[in-house]
Design a protein around this ligand. Sequence first.
Ligand code: EPZ
Length: 426
Amino acid sequence: MDKFVINGGKPLHGEVSISGAKNAAVAIVAATILADEPVVLENVPEISDISICLKILYEMGASIKIIDKNTMRIDTRGISDPVVPYELARSIRASSYFMGTLLGRFKRADVPPPGGCDLGDRPIDQHLKAFSALGAKHSIDGGIVSLRADELIGNTFFFDKCTVGGTINAICASVKAKGLTVIENAAKEPHIVDLANFLNSMGANIMGAGTDVIKVRGVDFLKGITYTVIPDQIEAGTYMVAAAATKGNVWIKNVIPKHLESITAKLRAVGATVEEFDESVHVYVDGPLLKTTVKTLPHPGFPTDMQPQFSTLLTSAEGTSIVTDDIFDNRFRYVSELRRMGAEITVEGTTAVIQGVEKLTGATVRATDLRAGTALVIAGLMASGTTVVENIFHIERGYENIDAKLNSIGADIKRMSDYDITRKIG
Ligand code: EPZ
């Protein structure tokens, strides 16, 4: 398995360009099932979660033409059997979106329960609540979620928990339902707005995406279009934090600064300068990093997907910082790895208390999930000496060319296989 070997302690400097948003692209790729004509998607990140979504479509009968590494033409008209291949579905969370999209098109779907990052229990009860409100019945047998409806009919329902995946599934299942669907307590993340923009460009009638009430009036036909995925909020935030954590000076290009406001505010609170431009942000640090408190919240609050990276920065901030993240049960699993590098962190339930230390030191650490993995890369960039980050397949699920991008802004990071490392060590 590949690893990253990082020689740390170098401030990042220069310009880096952000790729298309993973969490928008996985929803949009799945939603091509609802299109009645071929669609062309641009700015799709070249990451393994997307490859798996494309494989699922292909194995179900879609035809996919890769135009270049970030652009593809997808024609899902060849899909006739709405059954998602088991092993592929188990490897990503976004496979749950095939429930909403297949149900929306075929009025039936057989989908294995989704996989993805192990962040603790990740129930789908709210997704099922939405499908049931639209008239679908579900059963779970042999590990497969089966959804069946004679007709999908618009309805009003309230999510008991604000859920990104549930909101995406509710939109996809209702976009061709009869009449009006009203989704209350909807999630407001940028990728939900991007999915709605994609569907509306094809002729859907979705109002209110980005607020907590979304109204979907069903339509019969969705036409083929060319659509460009938004830039990745979390990838951008990760480079912003890496710039600050290494006391560097980096221009982060191809971003939507509005999507980054909560991250920008916290970086300013710890003493970083963040300048905002139309499509870029400039982050630099020329003084000490200061303690702060962070509480993760659904958008527009501070994203849970940025918590591990930001907590890593706080390991070298002056004083004691407090980070609370209760969106998922298990988002502090990287902490024991950071401790190997000299970080002083204690975790009680969903709160981490971080006592800033002068410096981290390189060690061999293991990524436990996607964002935890990038947090360890940031720790390796901050640390003196050499850090080896194992299990980088987690990182490759969501970051396009992270090693090349970091090297282009002054990092020293090499990808190595076990074989290379054994040879090097002797
Ligand atoms: C999405 O996961 C993202 N994944 C996650 O990003 C992100 O961490 C999360 O939203 C929160 O922002 C994708 O977009 C593919 P949720 P999702 O449904 O949809 C509870 C990353 O690193 N809940 O908003 O699975 C749930 O347990 C990944 O890119 C229910 O109780 O998250 C959690 O406590 C990791 N019942 C909360 O809601 C349900 O039916 C939010 O989950 C659904 C969710």
